[in-house]
Write a protein that binds this ligand. Sequence first.
Ligand code: P1T
Length: 385
Amino acid sequence: MKFATKAIHAGIEPDPSTGAIMTPIFQTSTFAQPTVGQNKGFEYARSSNPTRQTLEKSFAALEEAKHGFAFSSGMAAIDTVMKLLKPNDEVICGQDIYGGSYRLFVKVYEEIGIKFHFIDMQDEEVVKNTLNSQTKMIWIETPSNPLLQIVDIEKMITIAKENNLISVVDNTFATPYLQNPIIMGADIAMHSATKYLGGHSDVVMGALMLNDDKLAERIYFIQKSCGAVPSPFDCFLVLRGIKTLHLRVDASCRNATKIADFLVNHEKVENVYFAGLKTHKGHELAKKQMRQFGGMISFDLKNDTQENASIFLENTKIFVLAESLGGVESLACYPAMMTHASIPVEKRHEIGITDSLIRLSVGCEDVDDLIEDLEEALTKVTLQK
Ligand code: P1T
C-alpha cells in the first residue's frame, strides 16, 4: 500500500460484531471471561483494549514496523524506552532535543545512575568519540526541537549496529509521512502522537514502533506493568487524525516553505532555521532522508531580546502563543520560557536557543493570511536595542 492508503486503512477492519466502519470506542476497563482461563483476546484494558489495538496496528503500519505501542503521552513512550536501560548504562543524544526529554533524562534517569551525553550529533566524529564500553543507546531527534537540526540517521544506525547499541529515533517533527527510521534500520521509532499523528491539538499521546520481537515483548511488558496507556476515546481521536495525516502534512510543508522564504528576506529577522532553505546546514541531508522539509520553522530577531520576542508574540492574531505543534492550526512558541525552560540558560545560549528565538508550527490555514499575520507582528518589533 502507498502511504495515503495506509493512513486511511492500515490496521483498520470493520468491527466484526456490528460492521461499523469506524473503530468503536470500547469504553470498558474489563472483559467478560466465559470460564477461568478463557477470554476473547482481551482481559483487562491496561493490558489491551480493542480500540487501542487497532490504533497500535495503524502505528506499526505507518512506520512499516512489525509492532506498534500506544502510550498516554510522548513522554510516557520515552520513559518506556529508558526503562530498557540499567544503572551505569550511558546514552548518546543530541544537545538540541525537546526540553521535556532533556528534563526526563537529567532529572529522573541521571538520578538513578544512567548517564547522558548531550552532544552535537550532526558531527559523526563527535558521536564516535563519545562512545565507551558503557554506551547502550543512541537517541536521535531529527529534525530537532527547536533548532531543526538534521542528524544523519543512517550514519547513526551504522554506529549503533557496530557497537551493539539500541538506536531510537524521535520522529515526531518529521512524521512517518516524511521519514521512516525503521525502514532505515533503527531499532525503535518514537512519536509524540499529540502532534501530527493526532493533528488537531485535542489529545496527548505517545507511540513506539519496532520490528524486533524480543524488544517488543519487553516494551509490552513495561507498557502493561507500568500502565501509561491511553484511553479508548483518545485512541479513537488519533485513529481519526491519522486518516488525514498526509493531507495535513502536505499543506503544512507547502505553507512552511513559503513562510521560511518570507522570513529569510525580512530585515528584522536574524536567523531562520528550516531545512528547506539551501543555506541550512542540513539541507542536502534532509533532501536525502526526508520526503519534504516539514512544517516547523524557528527564527530569531536582529534585536535579540525577550521583550522583542514578546512584542512579536503578543501581536500575531492567527499564530497563537502556545506550547505544542503539529495541529491544523498555526502556533507560535517561545522555547526559552516554554518548551525548553528546563535547560539551564548558559546551555541554552550555547546551543543557539537565543532570547528572541521563536518557533512556529505552521498549520493548514491559507498561507497568504499566515504571512500577513507574521508581517503585521514584525512591524511592531524593534530593530535596535
Ligand atoms: O508532550 P508529549 O506528547 O508527552 O511529547 C513529548 C515530546 C517528545 N518529543 C518531541 C520531539 C516533542 O516535541 C515532544 C513534545 N513537545 C512539545 C510539547 C513542544 O511544544 O515542543
